[in-house]
Design a binder for this molecule. Sequence first.
Ligand code: AP5
Length: 220
Amino acid sequence: MNIILLGPPGAGKGTQAQYLCETFRFRQVSTGDMLREAIAAKSELGLQVESILAAGELVTDEIIIGLVLELLETSSGGYLFDGVPRTIAQAEGLRAGGVQIDLVLEFILSDEFIVERLTARRVHPASGRVYHLKFRPPKVVGKDDLTGEPLVHRSDDHEETVLARLGVYREQTLPLIEYFQAAESQGSMRFERISADGSMQEVRTQVEALVRSLGGRGPA
Ligand code: AP5
């Protein structure tokens, strides 16, 4: 089973993706994480996309489709796509690459919650562990719970860039909703919405119940 988590920045896609991977053993495909790793490694790709991420814009469809299809070549099904596709061209690119989607799960959250969640998010870049100053604070202020290494405030999590990312989401990603609803009406996949304004555990319960009801599981 392959699932897409769709929703605005900060809706909790990454948080729920980690839970789903723990419970059902899906493989998470996060293009945001892949791009940040390339930036940290100062690779050619990283240098090419660094300013795009910092501005909250989207990286080109060609780069994203190439990255994802290259990753999928090395393993089989049971994917959880977190933050991809973000445009109709990306969805078409995955389809053309033979990726069959079973479920699209849209996270619904108001802008007010989004700004609160992102401006107080802190991350441990090496592991991808995600904290929140109010909702999931680290045991020691500013330090990762497991390594004690410093946490960082993502450069695109400052309010001005969060608002820019929301604009980009509305303009370039929202058209995917109609696209997936049309695919559902043709019977090729399921499209479901969940309210993402509850606690992390409340959203987790909702998401896991839905995936379980569809017989969801990751790779064998
Ligand atoms: P990406 O990393 O994918 O960012 P995003 O989609 O904007 O999503 P976020 O990681 O910001 O949020 P999330 O929904 O995962 O929330 P989280 O669980 O962390 O992309 C970054 C950039 O890369 C893009 O802007 C673009 O430039 C580029 N890019 C990536 N993919 C691309 C693509 N396909 N095409 C083109 N460009 C691409 O939660 C947020 C915070 O809230 C955390 O602190 C968390 O602890 C907290 N939280 C989570 N759930 C709850 C809850 N229920 N209650 C309270 N707090 C909560």
